[in-house]
Design a protein around this ligand. Structure first.
Ligand code: NAD
Length: 309
């Protein structure tokens, strides 16, 4: 495959590079490094090219398609780092997605894979959330990603949009796991929002990516998750336990205005259509993540949630 990965210098993108490059596929990364990391896409790696720029730059995107001639596109670029910067979110996540979808159509790409946030479901009526649940996003990130997904699904290229649980693996720099790991180690206080999330190991995610990129695989919208909800307190306990630190009682606080009490996705349709289901347990997922932090450290921690008042 010749795979164009937008946002390839990010967490998921860089894991996809490490997964697909050794298998002999050619990869082009287009990234503006808003939250991505230059070190994960160094020059001089055989089979990997990198273009610095934005998916909102139509001429640049078209040039990437014309020069690289991708057979497959993975659209991983997304803006989220400032919840108040609606324009940036709309520009990257809506206009950028339209530009990528249109360029993919023009280039007759065989397959387009989009990554979607579970926040597209807003505050759901049913948990675990099936793909048939209405989309009701209420944050800048969620709203812009939802519009972006809708435009992507309108294109003529066979497209799969994966609505992702919290993918946990190398370079994860968002959410409770890196936060607790850092703060507990430093002896700093923590709090747990009274929420539940669904944590999927990177290895399980990469397994499903192998399947969805196949040309005869189904298209459409799919949840990619374990289907198992774990509380933020479960994560806190798992991290403290791993670090063998008695972190004491931790306050449990109500979810912030822009947070959702339970984001747990129902993966039944994915299991039926793709024959895929997660294999790695919650305990192993957290431990594998923490072993990675022990070996590599954590650089910056991002969030698409506003800080609690
Ligand atoms: N990691 C998860 O658990 C998870 C869950 C749900 C959805 N997603 C989605 O998966 C995708 C990747 O997420 P991630 O966790 O790797 O995040 P990330 O921040 O590590 O990666 C996003 C990448 O996109 C780049 N980017 C941002 N705006 C851009 C622009 N305008 N043009 C080009 N590049 C741009 C960033 O620099 C970064 O490298 C995103 O679309 C995100 O919404 C991820």
């Amino acid at each position: 495959m010749r795979i164009l990965i937008t946002g390839g210098a990010g967490c998921l993108g860089s894991n996809l590079i490490e997964h697909f490059l050794p298998k002999g596929h050619e990869i082009l990364v287009l990234d503006n490094f808003a939250t991505g990391n230059r070190e994960v896409v160094p020059n001089g790696i055989k089979g990997l090219s990198v273009v610095e720029g934005s998916v909102t730059d139509e001429a640049l995107v078209e040039k990437c398609f014309a020069d690289f001639k991708p057979t497959h596109v993975i659209h991983s670029a997304a803006a989220y780092k400032d919840p108040d910067n609606w324009q940036e979110d709309a520009s990257s996540n809506v206009i950028g997605s339209i530009i990528v979808a249109r360029a993919a159509e023009k280039a007759n790409v065989k397959r387009l894979v989009n990554f979607q946030t579970a926040l597209c479901y807003g505050r759901p009526d049913i948990v675990p959330i099936p793909e048939s649940a209405p989309t009701r996003p209420f944050t800048s990130y969620g709203i812009s990603k939802t519009a972006g997904e809708q435009f992507m699904m309108m294109g003529s290229v066979p497209t799969v949009s994966l609505r992702l649980a919290n993918i946990t693996g190398p370079r994860l720099s968002i959410g409770p796991i890196p936060t607790f790991y850092t703060r507990i180690k430093q002896g700093k206080g923590c709090f747990c929002s009274d929420t539940k999330r669904d944590f999927l190991d990177m290895e399980d995610f990469l397994d499903v990516m192998d399947i969805v990129l196949q040309e005869d695989a189904p298209t459409g919208i799919y949840n990619i998750s374990t289907g198992e909800g774990k509380s933020i307190k479960d994560v806190f306990d798992a991290v403290a336990n791993y670090l063998e630190i008695d972190a004491g009682d931790v306050p449990i606080v109500p979810p912030g205005d822009d947070d959702v009490p339970a984001v747990v996705l129902d993966p039944s349709k994915t299991k039926t259509d793709f024959g895929w289901q997660s294999k790695i347990s919650f305990k192993d997922t957290i431990e594998r993540m923490l072993q990675w932090y022990d070996a590599h450290g954590i650089s910056a921690i991002h969030s698409h949630l506003k800080a609690p008042k």
